[in-house]
Structure formats: structure tokens, C-alpha cells
Write a protein that binds this ligand. Structure first.
Ligand code: ATP
Length: 201
């Protein structure tokens, strides 16, 4: 059966309700069959930054999506190790599920950096893109050419406006470190997991 699969890549350090709301919105508005969250081993844009172990990030994702039957988590990038390039991941997924139609999901902040990604032209052959609004990041309407993206990108990208949730993992990590509350920014299971394992302290 042909499935419309949304693929949501990121560091997810940790996964927060901003991510979950984005995924649910894309699932619903684009009529997808499922959303697969793919935590990166090492993001090309976060080289040199210490991130939480893949095992913790994967576990938090699994806890966060557990009660949603159309959400799943894949450890494909963690298993592969090294720097995680989305185009390589999509190549493998397309190979494994040749009949599926893929939609790669990202926030506007990521889209604004897309011209620096490896294999963008190939990426949009393998999947369509879904770009979701994110507070503080705007597409420069008048000067789109400043983004220097191949024309195929614009043909294969859906822009989706949604009520902004100005939540970032960076801020959550900082708050935990300072002992401040992060309640309601995460699912309760993820919050408990962070506290029980002393992550971000
Ligand atoms: P960090 O603060 O550590 O950079 P983050 O909160 O941006 O983390 P990532 O794991 O880097 O989370 O993001 C994964 C994807 O989710 C990216 O494409 C990012 O644009 C998108 N995203 C994250 N948070 C939001 C949000 N609040 N609204 C819209 N998109 C988001």
C-alpha cells in the first residue's frame, strides 16, 4: 500500500511540545498516513557541540509519541552514526519503501539554512518538503532569490502557517540546568525522564 510518510528530522535534545504540535499539524493538514521522527546522530550544523547521548534522545522521543498511533520513531541515523545528512537518510528510506511518498518536515529556521545542506537537489527528488512557520523566522518574500535555492525546491515545497509555539530545546536545556520549571513545555513522561536521569543538570 502506498503510504504518505512525513519524516521529521532534528536533534530532539529534548523533543518538546513545539515539535509534537508541528508534526500533528502537518499530519492533519496534508493528510499524511504517518509521521516518523528521526533523531540525528550528529547534525552537520551542531558539530563540536556536545549533545545528549543518542540513547537518551531516542528514549525521550519514544516516550513522547507513545500515545499517538500515527507517530513513530526511527533510529536509522543513530545506527548509522557520524554526521547525519538528510539526503543520505532519505535515499535509504526511499530504497526501503519504494512505493511511499515522502514529505520531509522542517521549521522555517531550518529552511532558511537549506542552501547550505548537502544534496538539496537530490533531496527534493526523493521527497517533498514541508516548511512550518516558527516565531522569529520569516521567509524574505521580496528577496527569495537571496536564499539561492534550486527552482525545484520551490516547486516541491509546501509552506504551512500555524499558530507559533515559541519553544526551543536550547531554552529548555538552560532552564533545567538552572533548576527552573519546564512543565507544560514537554510531555510529562519526557519531563520525568529528564529529572530521573539528571539530564541537562
Ligand atoms: P535547539 O534549540 O537545540 O536548536 P530546536 O528546538 O530548534 O533545538 P531541533 O531538534 O533542532 O529543535 O529541531 C528539529 C526541527 O524542528 C527543525 O526543523 C526545527 O526547525 C523544527 N522546530 C523546532 N522547534 C520548533 C517550533 N517551536 N516551531 C516550529 N518548528 C520547530
Amino acid at each position: 500500500m502506498l503510504l504518505k510518510t512525513g519524516v521529521f528530522g532534528g536533534t530532539f535534545d529534548p523533543v518538546h511540545i513545539g515539535h509534537l504540535a508541528v508534526a500533528e499539524r502537518v499530519y492533519c493538514d496534508l493528510g499524511l498516513d504517518r509521521i516518523v521522527f528521526v533523531p540525528a546522530s550528529t547534525s552537520p550544523f551542531k558539530l563540536g557541540e556536545v549533545s545528549t547521548s543518542g540513547e537518551h534522545r531516542l528514549t525521550m522521543l519514544k516516550l513522547a509519541v507513545r500515545d499517538n498511533s500515527h507517530f513513530a520513531v526511527s533510529d536509522i541515523e543513530l545506527q548509522r552514526g557520524g554526521t547525519s545528512y538528510t539526503v543520505d537518510t532519505m535515499e535509504i528510506l526511499k530504497d526501503r519503501y519504494p512505493g511511499d511518498e515522502f514529505y520531509f518536515i522542517m521549521g522555517m529556521d531550518s529552511f532558511l539554512e537549506l542552501s547550505g545542506w548537502k544534496g538539496v537537489e537530490r533531496l527534493v527528488e526523493l521527497s517533498q518538503l514541508v516548511v512550518v512557520s516558527r516565531p522569529g523566522y520569516e521567509l524574505p518574500q521580496e528577496q527569495k532569490q537571496l536564499l539561492t535555492l534550486p527552482p525545484a525546491v520551490w516547486q516541491r515545497t509546501h509552506f504551512l502557517e500555524m499558530p507559533g509555539l515559541d519553544i526551543a530545546a536550547t531554552e529548555i536545556r538552560e532552564r533545567v540546568k538552572k533548576g527552573r520549571s519546564v512543565r507544560y513545555l514537554l510531555t510529562p513522561e519526557v519531563e520525568t525522564y529528564i529529572h530521573e536521569n539528571g539530564i541537562y543538570r
